[in-house]
Design a protein around this ligand. Structure first.
Ligand code: FEO
Length: 176
């Protein structure tokens, strides 16, 4: 069934928001690289990659439902972050906002009786729980670390281990 206009508009806005999220994290990653915090920069770069997959999942969905994709300008992001804690606190606030946007699209889809969209959005509802938890947990760790360079370098090592996985795609079947 062709996607309805209200749901189509909301998802087009969400594509823009997810691309903005990618921009936001990429900008933070660049600042961390400049601060020689390569592990944190890597974590943020992987997060930017994840946000791109979120945008593409919405993009494919609109086209699969015979909708019309609109790609307006993406707002610029700040480039004057002073410290990782400031970044991760902002990231947590941003993710809470994104959760609200996703919930709003669920409300629109259900009001329009568009169950295909509501079903697709379940993935994002679950994903947002992790998105909020990740940024919040790292912000809390950074608060504990305070001004300790040792602590910061330890966290930098830990975050360097993140591996990018496109979770919007089905997992490969286990090898026999
Ligand atoms: Fe695509 Fe960070 O939510």
């Amino acid at each position: 069934m062709k996607i309805g206009k209200k749901v189509e508009d909301a998802i087009n806005s969400q594509i823009n928001a997810e691309l903005y999220s990618a921009y936001l994290y990429l900008g933070m990653s660049a600042r961390c690289t400049e601060m020689n915090l390569r592990g944190i920069a890597h974590w943020l770069y992987v997060q930017a990659q994840e946000e791109m997959t979120h945008a593409m999942k919405f993009y494919r969905f609109i086209l699969d439902r015979s909708g019309h994709s609109k790609l307006p300008a993406i707002e610029g992001v700040r480039d004057d972050w002073k410290a990782p804690l400031e970044m991760f606190e902002a990231a947590y606030e941003h993710e809470k906002k994104v959760t609200g946007m996703i919930n709003n699209i669920v409300d629109i889809a259900l009001a329009e009786r568009d169950h295909a969209t509501a079903s697709m959005l379940n993935w994002f509802v679950d994903e947002q729980v992790e998105e909020e938890a990740n940024s919040s947990e790292i912000a809390e760790k950074l608060k504990l670390i305070g001004g300790s360079n040792d602590g910061l370098l330890q966290l930098d090592k830990e975050l360097a281990l993140r591996v990018f996985v496109d979770r919007t795609q089905p997992a490969a079947p286990a090898q026999p």
